[in-house]
Design a protein around this ligand. Structure first.
Ligand code: FAD
Length: 490
């Protein structure tokens, strides 16, 4: 039987849940559902982040990020305190190690002031040591109001509140596509059809694809960047009192590898930022050929990577070599040793990239005819979630009151179909190149195996090594076959 709702939200991450709360607070009688493909809320970015309530220092004054983060920090802190959730206003240092970083630190101070972030201080080495006795640095920006929280715990409470309003969180329900018919939209899901008046797309890593399957063409693409963490061993959990960050590279949207205390009582180091081979690729070996193709066939990514090749290679190098990761951490806390670090978790960031190769820095929330799409909500998305929710609830009022122009003009939607076929051709060509190279590699490996085998037989006749190769040959083919199958996702 087709279920019917007024508003259907796709994605039970912190933004989908925050949006549901805001809508239900304003209009408690709304028949609302949240569709979530996984079996729990906060299963992706929300449950795999650093747990920081950012104060609003980094963001361009006047941007949505600046406005939402500063307001969001207060509302998130109040929410945690009111509801007795784990919360610690532990403060944060952004530390400069070279004089060349001073102007960037000063610029951050000015941004913070312009964004009305309270309590910021520029401090020297002595004050750094007072706040963090194990840290060093020439100069630092101190933000006493930065706090930590557990965003999974926050989301679970958001989910309770949503269900207490009488709304439905439909877990294990994957959105496939949606079509508008008269004044309604019919959504196809893995659990059957849903009839709804309005759709709100909060699908995180898949928000561009969800928009596309509703007939909208976003002029951006989500590119997944994995962030890997190390954890400090329990004996080192008192090494720092709060958060220690480096001065970020202004060309890059990520904040640099940092040391983060978390509310569970241990310290995390990271995250780095490496291209992920799958949109939910939490491990280095997670590869989905469709996602790889989707990334590499996108002209925006090709332009972005050609501009950022050096940074990208450095990140890959650090991802594979603990010693380099450690070196970056030792700049902040010199006493850290390799044996203090154990492998931690990871998260995948949904970073939107424009077709011109630019990283979309600000939050991107766009309206369709009877839909709203959160197309870019990277950090500080979790900090800002309640305010993003309020913003979307106001947009939803506009939708309901038909304030939206008939043909909504959005800088992120493409009304032009021309590029489509050429993009598809590039995708097909790249797919052929990738699989061609894979086939060639496979042929080379198998060829090398037989050549080696022939050499050994020629050199040593049927001695024990030849015998060994003979016996293991079937096993080798089995493993190669198994690897190829898992790579192709069978
Ligand atoms: C490594 C890392 C560190 C971060 N650190 C911080 C931090 O310290 N502070 C901060 O404020 N922010 C941080 N962020 C950013 C923050 O986590 C995100 O901004 C926020 O979680 C985005 O929430 P979301 O609801 O948009 O996405 P998500 O949490 O990814 O939720 C999207 C949901 O949509 C679901 N979905 C997708 N497709 C479908 C479909 N077809 N059908 C049904 N459901 C679907 C997914 O399963 C998922 O549950 C960090 C992010 C990462 C990755």
């Amino acid at each position: 039987m087709t279920q019917k709702f007024d508003v259907t939200i796709i994605g039970a991450g912190i933004i989908g849940l925050g949006t549901a709360i805001s809508i239900l607070k304003k209009h408690p009688n709304t028949k609302l559902a949240i569709l979530e493909k996984d079996n729990q809320v906060a299963a992706h970015q929300t449950g795999h982040n650093s747990g920081v309530i950012h104060s609003g220092i980094y963001y361009k004054p006047g941007s949505l990020k600046a406005e939402f983060c500063v307001k969001g920090r207060t509302s998130m802190a109040e929410f945690c305190i009111e509801n007795n959730l784990k919360y610690d206003k532990c403060g944060k240092l952004i530390v400069a190690y070279h004089e060349e970083e001073f102007p960037r630190l000063q610029a951050l101070m000015e941004r913070g002031k312009a964004n009305l972030v309270q309590g910021l201080e520029l401090i020297g080495p002595e004050r750094i040591r007072e706040i963090e006795p194990n840290a060093v640095g020439l100069k630092a920006l101190y933000s006493p109001n930065t706090a930590i929280v557990d965003y999974t715990e926050v989301s679970e409470l958001f989910a309770n509140k949503v269900t207490n309003y009488g709304a439905n969180i439909l877990l294990n329900t994957k959105f496939f596509n949606a079509k508008s018919i008269n004044k309604h939209t019919i959504i196809k899901t893995s659990k059957g059809d849903i009839k709804t008046k309005y759709v709100i797309n909060c699908a995180g890593l898949f928000s561009d694809r969800v928009a596309k399957s509703m007939g909208i063409k976003p002029k951006l693409r989500i590119i997944p960047f994995r962030g890997e963490y190390f954890s400090l061993i329990p004996e080192k959990s008192n090494l720092i009192n709060g958060l220690i960050y480096p001065v970020p590279d202004p060309q890059f949207p990520f904040l640099g590898v940092h040391l983060t205390k978390n509310v569970k009582g241990y310290i995390e180091a990271g995250p780095n930022a490496v291209l992920a081979w799958a949109r939910e690729g939490y491990r280095k070996i997670d590869i989905r050929p469709y996602d790889v193709m989707n990334t590499f066939s996108y002209p925006g990514f090709v332009k972005f990577s050609s501009k950022n090749l050096k940074t990208g290679l450095m990140e890959i190098n650090r991802s594979f070599r603990k010693s380099i990761f450690l070196k970056d951490l030792q700049k902040m806390v010199p006493s850290l040793k390799s044996s203090d670090l154990t492998k931690g978790g990871s998260g995948v960031r949904a970073q939107a990239i424009g077709s011109d190769g630019s990283l979309i820095d600000d939050f991107a929330i766009e309206m369709g005819t009877r839909s709203i799409h959160v197309l870019n909500a990277p950090s500080p998305g979790a900090t800002s979630s309640l305010i993003i929710g309020d913003y979307i609830a106001n947009l939803a009022d506009d939708l309901i009151n038909d304030v939206v122009p008939k043909k909504f003009e959005s800088s992120f939607f493409d009304n032009n179909n021309e590029n489509d076929s050429s993009n598809k051709n590039i995708a097909i060509l790249l797919t052929m190149i990738l699989f061609g190279s894979l086939l060639l590699t496979l042929i080379t490996v198998i060829g090398a195996f037989f050549i080696l085998r022939a050499i050994y037989i020629y050199e040593w006749g049927s001695n024990s090594f030849t015998h060994y190769i003979d016996n293991c040959s079937f096993e080798s083919f089995y493993f190669i076959g198994k690897y190829i199958c898992s790579f192709l996702g069978f």
